[in-house]
Each structure stands twice: as structure tokens, then as C-alpha cells.
Design a protein around this ligand. Structure first.
Ligand SMILES: NC(=O)c1ccc[n+]([C@@H]2O[C@H](COP(=O)([O-])OP(=O)(O)OC[C@H]3O[C@@H](n4cnc5c(N)ncnc54)[C@H](OP(=O)(O)O)[C@@H]3O)[C@@H](O)[C@H]2O)c1
Length: 307
């Protein structure tokens, strides 16, 4: 009896020591954000702004990039006032212009001499029927920012990270990068492109010590919908309990730097939709067409076909 008790206490002590060791090694493996040089694109509002603020709270040196420089400056003052070693540096950049992207990276290097993290967040959606989208202002512009902006910014930052043999790239995708829904044609195309680009890149750069993580948020309460031009008859929208705040996504981005992951779907319940779309696409087609497309376009569908 005595022997078995002491054996039990020996094993429980050993388990405790082991779990403490695991905790220590986990802590060691968690990347410290303090002092890291982080570029956040689209930092003037919504998710980008919240992400930059979250990096600031963790004592990072944050480079804030977007077109609305007044908003960036206000955020920079807020970050500098955090008094925790955080720094902020504002760069006005239109992510659809290669020269602005080159200047963003050059100014960051001049100021901080390295880049530890790139958050490719800038983007927008114009959510209407394809034939109603303007070929340039809606279609071309979305591809220019959401796809080309991500590719060109990464292309400019990559040599810096490769020289460092370290870096973390977080690409802001969307559930639209996994599931295509009506009125999201171009937006879904752009986010599917981000998905494919990031997957290939991840496999290119890992040996250089560079992590590439993709984040797929569902609906997030930001300015996004104000710019999207959404007109709905069915009033179909993301249920409230599934909506995220920009802060929740921002904190998730910071955690992806600490612990890189191939992909993160938030809220996790959207994984069910992604799974169904992959393995039961007929069912998803049927539901979407009958619950959304037909009711939305009923009036137009009633008109006789023209000869
Ligand atoms: N909200 C959602 O439901 C949701 C869900 C999943 C993914 N996302 C993705 O999250 C990202 C951020 O969106 P958000 O919801 O935070 O929307 P938001 O509040 O409208 O923010 C968009 C940001 O992108 C910037 N941006 C747009 N065009 C730009 C350009 N040409 N050059 C530089 N910056 C540009 C804007 O800055 P300026 O206007 O100052 O340039 C702004 O800072 C986007 O990639 C979006 O696709 C959003």
C-alpha cells in the first residue's frame, strides 16, 4: 500500500514537473512582440486600425500604412502615448500603386532597419451582381488592392525577411476566400487569390525562417459595409451572434504572430460552412440559389426573355 502511494506521488510529481517544463518550452516558443517592427496596411480603420493598436499594446514598432493620413496620425499619437516602448510611424500609401508600396518598404527600412511582421490587411469589397459592377472602379480596383497590393507588398518585403532569416507574414483573407456567394464574385475571386498565393508562398519561404499565416474572418463590424454598395431585398445578413468586432480580429492577428498557423477561421463555426462547401457543394448551391439568388431577383426573372 505504502509502496503504491509513493509510486503514485512520484508519478504525479513527475507529471507536474513535465507540465511545467512544457509550459516553459511553450513560453519560450511564443514569439515576443515587444520591439518587433510590424507593417500594418489599411491601418486607418476597422481591422487594420485594431490590429495596429493591439501590436502597440504589446510594445511593437508599428508602421501604419493607408491613404487617409489624418486617421493614421491620430492612431500613431495614441500608440506613442501607450508608454510601453511602442512606437508608431505613419506612411501614406495607396496599395494599388507599386511606387507607393516600394516607398513604404524603403521608408520602413530607413526608419527601423528591419521588418519582422507584415500584415497585408488593406482591402475592400463591392458587393453587387457582376453585370452591375463598374469594370474599372469596382472590378479592377478590387483586384488591384486586394490581390496585387498583397502580392506586391509581400514581394517588396520578402528580400528583407530572407536576409534576416526570420519574419512573419499575415494575410487578411475572408470566408469569401473559401466559399463563393452571390454578389461576392470579384471579392471572392480576390480572396481566393490571396488564399492560393499564401499557400504557395508558405511552402516557398518556410526554409528561410518565414511564417505565412492566413486568417479568414466572417462578418466584422467595420466601415467595410459602408463602401460595399450592398442592396438586398431579402435582408439576408450575418446573424448577430456570428459578428466579430475589429478588436477580436486584431488580437487574433497578434496571436498568429506569436503562434503561426496555416489558417485560422473565426468564428470557428464558419468551418462547418467551409466543410460543407468543399464536400457538399450541390447542397450549398441549392440552398444559396433558392434562399438568396431567386428571391433577390424574382422581379427580373419574371420578365419574359428578349428575342
Ligand atoms: N469587415 C468584414 O466583414 C471583413 C471580413 C473578412 C475580411 N475582411 C477584410 O479585412 C480587411 C480590412 O477590412 P475592414 O473590414 O477593416 O474594412 P475598412 O474599415 O473599410 O478598412 C479598410 C482599410 O483598407 C484600406 N484601403 C482600402 N483601399 C486602399 C488602398 N487603395 N490603399 C491603401 N489602403 C487601402 C483603408 O484605408 P484608406 O481608405 O485610408 O486608404 C482602410 O484602412 C480587408 O482586406 C477586408 O477584405 C473584412
Amino acid at each position: 500500500m505504502r509502496r503504491s502511494l509513493s509510486a503514485r506521488s512520484f508519478f504525479s510529481k513527475r507529471a507536474n514537473v513535465q507540465s511545467l517544463e512544457t509550459l516553459d518550452s511553450l513560453k519560450e516558443n511564443l514569439i515576443d512582440i515587444k520591439g518587433k517592427v510590424v507593417i500594418v496596411t489599411g491601418a486607418s480603420s476597422g481591422i487594420g486600425e485594431a490590429t495596429a493598436r493591439s501590436f502597440g499594446r504589446n510594445g511593437a514598432k508599428v508602421v501604419l500604412a493607408a491613404r487617409r493620413v489624418d486617421k493614421l496620425q491620430t492612431l500613431a499619437q495614441e500608440i506613442e502615448a501607450m508608454n510601453n516602448g511602442a512606437e508608431a510611424f505613419v506612411v501614406q500609401a495607396d496599395l494599388s500603386k507599386l511606387e507607393d508600396i516600394q516607398s513604404l518598404v524603403a521608408q520602413t527600412i530607413q526608419k527601423f532597419n528591419r521588418i519582422d511582421v507584415l500584415v497585408n490587411n488593406a482591402g475592400f469589397g463591392r458587393l453587387a451582381w457582376l453585370e452591375n459592377l463598374d469594370p474599372l472602379k469596382d472590378i479592377q480596383a478590387q483586384i488591384d488592392v486586394n490581390v496585387m497590393g498583397v502580392i506586391q507588398t509581400t514581394r517588396q518585403v520578402l528580400p528583407v525577411m530572407m536576409k534576416q532569416r526570420a519574419g512573419s507574414i499575415i494575410n487578411m483573407c475572408s470566408m469569401a476566400g473559401l466559399v463563393g456567394t452571390p454578389t461576392y464574385t470579384i471579392y471572392a475571386a480576390s480572396k481566393h487569390a490571396v488564399h492560393g498565393f499564401s499557400e504557395a508562398l508558405r511552402r516557398e519561404v518556410k526554409p528561410w525562417g518565414i511564417d505565412v499565416s492566413l486568417i479568414y474572418p466572417g462578418g466584422v463590424v467595420t466601415e467595410f459595409t459602408q463602401h460595399a454598395g450592398i442592396k438586398r431585398k431579402t435582408n439576408a445578413k450575418t446573424p448577430k451572434f456570428m459578428l466579430l468586432t475589429a478588436e477580436q480580429v486584431g488580437d487574433a492577428v497578434v496571436n498568429l504572430v506569436r503562434r503561426p498557423r496555416r489558417m485560422l477561421i473565426i468564428p470557428w463555426l464558419w468551418s462547418v460552412t467551409a466543410f460543407m462547401n468543399k464536400f457538399l457543394p450541390g447542397l450549398v448551391d441549392y440552398t444559396t440559389i433558392n434562399r438568396f439568388t431567386i428571391p433577390e431577383r424574382e422581379d427580373e426573372l419574371k420578365l419574359p426573355p428578349s428575342r
